[in-house]
Design a protein around this ligand. Structure first.
Ligand code: NAD
Length: 248
């Protein structure tokens, strides 16, 4: 088990898939976790299961694309604990599979706003708070789609490449305050997001993946645990991609 300096964490998008596996892993390590998600019912259901098992989790409803909503969330959290040790920005949407000539402004804007701007809003609030304590870790979610552009997902691929660059730039800005910022860029992972993809596309991905399978959410959560732990104290500005060898 990782020896956490971390006692409090905020995980956005924690109600489903990878985010939920991260919340469960952190709670199992004794971390108090604030699970923030747009889907309040699923967030409360996840928190109910975790607290029945002895974990310390709280559900909060937020749309990360709403700047004022993110500010409100952080002001509520500041009233709930003294400091935030870890922010994991997992919330994201994939958007519809559409080539550029058929993509509406609205579709482009929503994916960029949730995935990239939402990550920015949460990072900004976390940095303001963590700087006061000169301690904190931020883990953002990029994607293999940023490394291997995916036709039909120009909004998603671009948003995730933006998250990688945001991570590196922020890591340089805040290192002097003892804040570490890294990103995880998973390959394809068995979550509700993957279930939405076309069957033929998924078969093609499996054929091109040397390990011949998709990742499990807990394999990605294990990397987040490592990045959040003191063992990773020399990591900052890195984008780590567990992808089964799909991109080397
Ligand atoms: P998921 O769809 O299972 O979960 C995403 C969660 O984010 C959901 O609970 C959803 O309600 C929440 N969410 C969506 N929009 C939100 C908003 N505006 N505000 C707050 N919460 C919001 O997805 P997942 O597969 O677990 O993906 C987790 C992260 O990993 C995402 O950033 C995703 O882009 C990234 N990722 C996933 C895969 C994959 O194959 N599953 C691959 C690469 C990267």
């Amino acid at each position: 088990m990782a020896a956490y300096v971390c006692t409090t964490a905020l995980v956005t998008g924690g109600a489903s898939g990878i985010g939920r596996a991260i919340v469960e892993a952190l709670c199992a390590d004794g971390v108090r976790v604030f699970l923030a998600d747009l889907d309040q019912d699923r967030a409360e259901e996840a928190v109910g299961m975790i607290t029945r098992g002895g974990g310390a989790a709280e559900a909060h409803c937020v749309d990360v694309a709403d700047s004022a909503g993110v500010t409100r969330l952080f002001s509520v959290l500041r009233g709930r604990c003294d400091r935030l040790d870890l922010l994991v920005n997992c919330a994201a949407i994939m958007g519809a599979t559409t080539f550029i000539d058929d993509m509406s402004d609205r579709e482009w804007d929503r994916v960029i706003t949730v995935n990239l701007t939402g990550t920015f809003y949460c990072c900004r609030e976390a940095v303001r708070w963590m700087k006061e304590h000169r301690h904190g870790r931020i883990i953002n979610f990029s994607s293999v789609a940023a490394l291997m552009p995916t036709p039909g997902a120009i909004h998603y691929s671009t948003s995730k490449a933006g998250v990688a660059q945001l991570t590196k730039t922020l890591a340089r800005e805040v290192a002097r305050y003892n804040l570490r910022v890294n990103a995880v860029a998973p390959g394809y992972v068995e979550t509700p997001m993957l279930f939405k993809l076309d069957v033929k596309f998924k078969e093609q991905i499996l054929r091109r993946t040397p390990l011949g399978r998709f990742a499990l959410p807990n394999e990605i959560a294990a990397l987040v645990r490592f990045l959040a732990s003191p063992e990773a104290d020399f990591f900052t500005g890195q984008v780590l991609s567990p992808n089964g060898g799909l991109v080397m």
